[in-house]
Design a protein around this ligand. Structure first.
Ligand code: EAX
Length: 328
């Protein structure tokens, strides 16, 4: 295997050792894909589907290589400067790059998964994707992280009152931080890469994430209590470096778009299956799970702080999202 380097993209000559009468070596361009949580996860299902489709539709002129990176802000910056080609990230830190996406991070904004997925696939969701190029990022597709739930190692959380005083790790997301402040918690923003050590050392008592993340990252090993708050929907995005995309010919660009669609479908299917089986699995791993949650109380507690939580957001867009119905 020989390596040559050209404009940051790696071109690989495969079969260079096959000297005698061999067909000329197939030049392959490497597409470096980074995201957290590993390949055996809801994000990994997206990456695997993307790889399969993109390599097939480009006749293996490209090779998608996955690398784990649990710091989403870092992977977005790497996509912007072109040290990697693509990433899958939650909207957690994305608002720091494309502030319009923060509108999606409001607690209890989406009624259910169908509302969230439908809205993101609708013109409203697609319009938001068009806000990325101006910030040096090509947004390929909406993927999914899932509805977020609370875990902690101090006590069972059954109502908003139980959250008061808990040190809770949040994503680097001011909307989420304001929401937990409203509940009387002490929010600490940090990258996912710092979460497990912070929980082990007791820097924070708890955190909140969708079942696929808690499951696939074995957070049951550092957290005792899980409460199915479902307090906010967590979208994810497949983002690529604009220069990489602009170098693609029309056929390869179409392959990228199709690979994005297949990635979204595989990712969502994995979230659905993790959510169906994950709670029992986490209970089996020893977590104490609170399923009967007073969701109305959480919604009321957060509604009392709505002005503060939604400050600086687009109230007209929030109304459109809340009012969205399939076919509307
Ligand atoms: O995107 O930071 C988080 O809690 C995210 O949910 C995680 O990185 C997966």
């Amino acid at each position: 295997m020989t390596m040559t380097r050209r404009t940051g993209l790696k071109t690989l000559a495969i079969g260079a050792t096959l000297a005698l009468g061999a067909a000329p070596a197939l030049a392959q361009t490497q597409v470096t894909f980074q995201h957290p949580i590993g390949i055996n996860s809801h994000y990994g299902a997206g990456t695997t589907a993307f790889k399969e489709t993109f390599e097939r539709l480009t006749n293996n002129r490209f090779r998608v290589v996955y690398q784990r990176n649990d710091n989403e802000r870092e992977t977005i910056e790497a996509v912007q400067i072109g040290t990697i080609e693509c990433t899958i990230t939650s909207t957690g830190p994305v608002g720091n790059f494309v502030p319009e996406t923060r509108n999606l991070d409001v607690p209890f904004l989406f009624r259910d998964t169908a509302h969230a997925r439908g809205l993101l696939d609708s013109p409203i969701g697609q319009e938001l994707l068009q806000r990325f190029p101006a910030r040096g990022i090509y947004a390929v597709a909406w993927l999914e992280n899932g509805f977020r739930h609370m875990t902690n190692s101090r006590r069972e959380v059954n109502s908003p009152a139980d959250v008061r005083g808990l040190k809770v790790r949040t994503m680097e997301n001011p909307v989420h931080m304001r929401a937990f402040q409203t509940l009387g918690a002490l929010p600490t923003p940090m990258a996912f890469s710092e979460l497990v050590p912070a929980l082990q050392q007791g820097t924070v008592d708890g955190q909140e994430n969708p079942i696929p993340v808690i499951l696939n990252n074995n957070l049951n090993q550092v957290q005792r209590f899980l409460t199915l708050t479902g307090h906010v929907y967590s979208p994810a995005l497949l983002l690529c470096n604009p220069a990489f995309v602009s170098r693609l010919n029309a056929q390869d660009r179409a392959a990228l778009v199709q690979a994005g669609r297949d990635a979204a479908a595989a990712n969502r299917a994995r979230v659905t299956s993790d959510e169906q089986t994950g709670v029992d699995e986490l209970r089996r791993r020893g977590m104490t799970v609170v399923t009967q949650v007073d969701s109305a109380a959480f919604q009321a507690a957060l509604a009392s702080g709505a002005t503060q939580i939604e400050q600086g957001l687009d109230s007209a867009l929030l109304r459109r999202i809340r009012d969205w119905r399939p076919g509307s």
